[in-house]
Design a protein around this ligand. Structure first.
Ligand SMILES: Cc1cc2nc3c(=O)[nH]c(=O)nc-3n(C[C@H](O)[C@H](O)[C@H](O)COP(=O)(O)OP(=O)(O)OC[C@H]3O[C@@H](n4cnc5c(N)ncnc54)[C@H](O)[C@@H]3O)c2cc1C
Length: 430
C-alpha cells in the first residue's frame, strides 16, 4: 500500500519506519529543509544543539526502545539535573524534598502540605478523577492559597498566560506524575540526553526509513490533500506536484491540517477548531561564562517577560560545545504576542535586564551568539474535560489519519509520546 506522511518530526518519522518495516511504500514530506520538527537543531561550532531544550525521563519507554533499535543506546546518558525556582528576588534550590522543606517563602505547614500532595499526585493513577476540576481549584483546595500564589499560580500563568485559570488538573497531574516519577528516592533527578544531541536520533531515524526503501522529501510543503468519493486520493505539494496515495497520515498541527482539506466533515472540523495553542519562543544565548548553578530555573516572578531559564551546560558538559556555555530563555505566549514579532537582537535587549536581576554580573559582552526559535503551535491549551475534545486519529475521510500533539493526553506532550503516537497511527493506517 502507498502511504504518505505529512511531517518529518518524530511522530511522522516513527510512523514511517513502522510502515516501511511492514512492507508499505512510504513517502514522507517535510516542509522545512531539515527533518526534526520541534526537535530541529542548530550548529554551535561543531556541535548540534536542539533549538528547543530537550531531555527525556526514565519512564520514556517507547523513546528508549526506539533509541535502542537505532543502535544509539550506548550514547544515552542519564545526567543529574538541578532545578531552581526564582522567587522574591533570589534563586531557591528546588530539586529534592529537602529543598522544598527549606523553601522559605512558604511557611512550614504549607511546605509539608505541598510535599504530601505532590507525593499523592505521583501515586494516584486514575487521571479521570482530575479531569473535571481546574488545576487552580484543586491546588487552592489541596495546597492552600499561599502555595498557589507563590508556586503554582506563577507557573501556570507563565505556561498558559490568560488561559491559566482554565487548565485542567489532569494536565498538571500528567506533568507532575512524569516529572516526579523520574526522581529516585529522596535524591535528585536524572534526566536522559543523547550524547551529540537528539538530532542524532532524527538523523538515524530518517536514515533507517530510507534504508528500508522509504522516500523522504524535505523542503516539500503539502498544500492540499486530494479526496475522491470520501476517500483519500493523494497529496499536492506547494509547487503543484501530485502524489497519488492509498492512505495519508498528517502530523501537522490541527490548524494547518484544517487548511489542507476543505472536504473535512463539519463536525470533525469543528472539533479541531476547539483546541487552541500557545507558541513556544526560545532565545538561545551562547555565552562565555556560566550563568548560574542550576539546569532548569523556573521563574516565579510574573513581571519577567519569560518563564524559565534553562542552562544546557549545567546538564551537558560545556566541552560538548567547544567550551561555550548555553542558555535557553524560554517562553510560551500567544502567537500574536509582540515578543514573537521582535527581531532577535531586540529580544536579547528586552530580556537582558531581567537576566541581570537573576545574575547581576551577567552582561551583554558575555554573549557570543544568539538564535531565536519559534513554534507557533507548540502547546495545546488543555481545559477541563479535554478528553471530549480529542479528535479521532481515523478521520471521517477514508484512508486519512491525523496524529498530532492535541491527541496526547493526559500526559504532557513529549518525544516519548510522539513515538507512541507514531506507532499507534501507523497501526491504524497500514
Ligand atoms: C520548547 C519545547 C521544549 C520541548 N522540550 C521537550 C523535552 O524536554 N522533552 C521531550 O520529550 N519533548 C519536548 N518537547 C516536545 C517534543 O519536541 C514534541 O512533542 C515532539 O517533537 C512533537 O513531534 P511531532 O512530530 O508530533 O510534531 P512536530 O515536531 O511539530 O512535527 C510536525 C512536522 O510537520 C511539518 N509540517 C507541518 N505542516 C506541513 C505541511 N503542510 N507539509 C509538510 N510538512 C509539514 C512541520 O514542519 C514539522 O516538522 C518540547 C517542545 C518544545 C516546543
Amino acid at each position: 500500500m502507498r502511504v504518505g506522511v505529512v511531517g518529518g518530526g518524530l511522530t511522522g518519522l516513527t510512523a514511517a519506519l513502522d510502515l516501511v518495516r511492514r512492507g508499505h511504500q512510504v513517502t514522507v514530506w517535510e516542509k522545512s529543509p531539515a527533518l526534526g520538527g520541534q526537535v530541529r537543531t542548530v550548529s554551535i561550532g561543531d556541535a548540534q544543539l536542539e533549538g528547543f531544550y530537550h531531555h527525556m525521563f526514565a519512564s520514556d519507554k517507547a523513546l528508549i526502545g526506539l533509541i535502542t533499535e537505532l543502535g544509539l543506546s550506548s550514547s544515552l546518558q542519564w545526567l543529574p539535573s538541578l532545578v531552581g525556582y526564582y522567587y522574591g528576588g533570589r534563586v531557591h534550590d528546588f530539586t529534592t524534598p529537602v529543598d522544598l522543606m527549606r523553601f522559605s517563602p512558604l511557611g512550614l505547614f504549607d511546605r509539608v502540605r505541598v510535599g504530601m500532595m505532590s507525593l499523592y499526585l505521583r501515586r494516584r493513577n486514575d487521571w479521570r478523577y482530575f479531569e473535571t476540576i481546574t488545576a487552580e481549584e484543586w491546588l487552592l483546595k489541596k495546597m492552600g492559597r499561599r502555595s498557589y500564589e507563590v508556586i503554582w499560580g506563577p507557573l501556570l500563568r507563565g505556561k498558559f498566560g490568560d488561559s491559566a485559570e482554565r487548565i485542567s488538573m489532569a494536565w498538571l497531574w500528567g506533568r507532575l506524575h512524569m516529572r516526579l516519577g523520574s526522581r529516585r528516592g529522596g535524591g535528585g533527578e536524572r534526566l536522559g540526553y543523547l550524547k551529540g544531541g537528539f538530532g542524532r536520533l532524527i538523523e538515524a531515524l530518517g536514515q533507517k526509513v530510507r534504508d528500508k526503501g522509504g522516500s523522504i522529501m524535505t523542503g516539500t510543503s503539502i498544500k492540499r490533500i486530494a479526496v475522491q468519493d470520501r476517500h483519500v486520493a493523494g497529496a499536492i505539494s506547494g509547487n503543484g506536484e501530485v502524489f497519488p496515495q492509498d492512505a495519508i497520515i498528517a502530523t501537522a498541527p490541527s490548524p494547518t491540517f484544517l487548511g489542507l482539506i476543505p472536504e473535512l466533515p463539519r463536525e470533525y472540523g469543528e472539533l479541531l477548531q476547539q483546541t487552541q495553542y500557545l507558541a513556544a519562543l526560545c532565545l538561545i544565548l551562547v555565552i562565555k561564562r556560566p550563568f548560574g548553578r542550576v539546569y532548569w530555573l523556573n521563574v516565579g516572578d510574573r513581571s519577567f517577560p519569560f518563564v524559565a531559564v534553562i542552562e544546557q551546560t549545567n546538564f551537558v558538559s560545556p566541552a560538548e560545545y567547544g567550551g561555550k556555555y548555553i542558555l535557553y530563555v524560554s517562553n510560551y505566549v500567544p502567537a500574536s504576542s509582540p515578543l514573537c514579532a521582535m527581531k532577535p537582537d531586540g529580544l536579547v535587549s528586552h530580556y537582558l535586564p531581567f537576566l541581570q536581576k537573576i545574575n547581576p554580573r551577567f552582561d551583554s559582552d558575555w554573549v557570543e551568539q544568539y538564535h531565536v526559535f519559534k513554534e507557533e503551535y507548540a502547546q495545546p491549551i488543555v481545559p477541563m474535560n479535554y478528553s471530549r475534545l480529542i479528535p479521532d486519529m481515523a478521520t471521517p475521510i477514508g484512508g486519512l489519519y491525523l496524529a498530532n500533539t492535541t491527541q496526547i493526553y493526559p500526559e504532557d506532550r513529549g518525544m516519548n509520546q510522539a513515538v507512541q503516537l507514531g506507532l499507534r497511527v501507523a497501526g491504524l493506517a497500514g
